[in-house]
Design a protein around this ligand. Structure first.
Ligand code: NAD
Ligand code: IPM
Ligand code: MN
Length: 355
């Protein structure tokens, strides 16, 4: 039981580095004060490394992650010096696809009324979880370009959906709902336009739903979902959706909870929680903010909470969330969420309360 867990740390690019420094301090403090048996292994991967020696995501690192690591904590990837994002795709998709982390779990929960930008709505109305399929869809990179640069050029990205891939993600959403006392699961798709791929999602969703009799299965077109989320998000508890829609809807969701600085996420192989998983804030590398003590570290703190629950220390996540909530309420926070503090000072406030 008390075996040490190895966490691989991958700050990456831009504000990924800024928030990861704080996430590391949080983990180190919890290791001391709460006795968490965790070792850290920092990975020197990202744009700087790629520009230095061409390294993106070496096989030996992936192999060691697969065999020795319990969780990877990622900051963000993306750097204007690498406009083609070659390194980011290799690393991010190398982890998500390579470790078969098919469920991207993205909670959308507002921690204070003032963070909710909707008229006459507050924190009680914003509390749902998006289950985003994370290994298929339009992200697989199948396709190509033909006659590039000519007036006749053609560009194709295939949208790949397998029965296995769709079913396991939908099942993860229902499992989560059942375990967490949620009453409904929504499927968000475009089965009206995507009659092949999303007919499969639609059919599979209602078949899987039969295995969960206490949970209401509801369908919503993803365009309408965007409308409902900005009118009244309160009916939503669990949303299952494909890779691309999950990406888009969770940035919208982040907007409902106070911005990308407040949104954490987990990438897991849901049916086998002993496998290494990937944890990352929903936000990107925000190049204009990088290295300026401006980035909000709380998305990464909430992500650390999710990671610690996954690693078998479930008492930490509510403690971290409560401390972040207090920081928001007392305005010990960064500018994006209405405070005046820098990254370090906002993190210090939370670390102080958790000490
Ligand atoms: P972004 O998430 O970096 O930024 C979007 C907006 O949110 C910006 O206004 C930014 O200032 C703000 N923001 C984001 N995180 C914040 C934080 N912690 N504190 C305060 N404000 C924050 O998205 P983008 O600008 O579209 O992308 C920038 C780069 O990041 C691109 O290269 C993109 O591909 C990459 N990206 C990477 C990931 C990832 O690694 N998981 C996720 C999204 C985007
Ligand atoms: C995210 C990001 C990535 C995605 C990009 C950087 C490829 O937007 O994690 O939300 O689309 O999955
Ligand atoms: Mn995204």
């Amino acid at each position: 039981m008390n075996e040490k867990k190895l966490v691989a740390f991958l700050p990456g690019d831009g504000i990924g580095k800024d928030v990861c420094i704080e996430a590391k301090r949080l983990l180190e403090q919890l290791r001391e004060t709460r006795g968490l048996p965790i070792d850290l292994w920092e990975l020197d991967l990202g744009a700087d490394r790629y520009l230095k020696d061409g390294t993106t995501f070496p096989k030996e690192i992936k192999d060691r992650i697969e065999s020795e690591v319990s969780a990877v904590l990622l900051g963000a990837l993306g750097d204007p010096r690498v406009p083609g994002l070659e390194h980011a795709r290799d690393i991010l998709f190398g982890l998500r696809f390579g470790l078969d982390l098919y469920a991207n779990v993205r909670p959308v929960k507002a921690l204070a009324d003032r963070l909710v930008p909707l008229k006459d709505r507050g924190a009680k109305d914003v509390d749902f979880v998006v289950f985003r399929e994370n290994t298929e869809g339009i992200y697989v990179g199948m396709g190509g370009q033909f006659k590039r640069g000519t007036p006749d050029e053609i560009a194709i990205n295939e949208d790949l959906n397998t029965r296995k891939g769709v079913e396991r993600l939908i099942r993860a959403g229902f499992d989560y709902a059942k375990t967490n006392g949620k009453k409904t699961v929504h499927l968000a798709d475009k089965s009206n336009a995507m009659k092949h791929a999303h007919e499969l999602w639609h059919r599979c969703f209602f078949e899987v739903a039969k295995e969960y009799p206490g949970i209401e299965a509801k369908h919503v077109y993803v365009d309408a979902l965007c409308l409902y989320l900005v009118q009244d998000p309160s009916p939503f508890e669990v949303v299952v959706t494909c890779n691309l829609f999950g990406d888009i809807v969770t940035d919208l969701g982040a907007g409902l909870q106070g911005g990308l600085g407040m949104a954490g996420s987990a990438n897991v192989h849901w049916s086998d929680p002993t496998r290494p998983a990937l944890f990352e804030p929903v936000h990107g590398s925000a190049p204009p903010l990088a290295g300026k003590d401006l980035a909000n570290p709380f998305a990464s703190f909430l992500t650390v909470g999710m990671m610690l629950t996954y690693l078998g220390y479930p008492d930490e996540e509510p403690r971290i969330e409560a401390a972040v909530k207090r920081a928001i309420e007392e305005r010990h926070c960064t500018r994006d969420v209405g405070g005046e503090l820098g990254t370090r000072a906002a993190a210090d406030a939370v670390l102080g309360w958790l000490a």
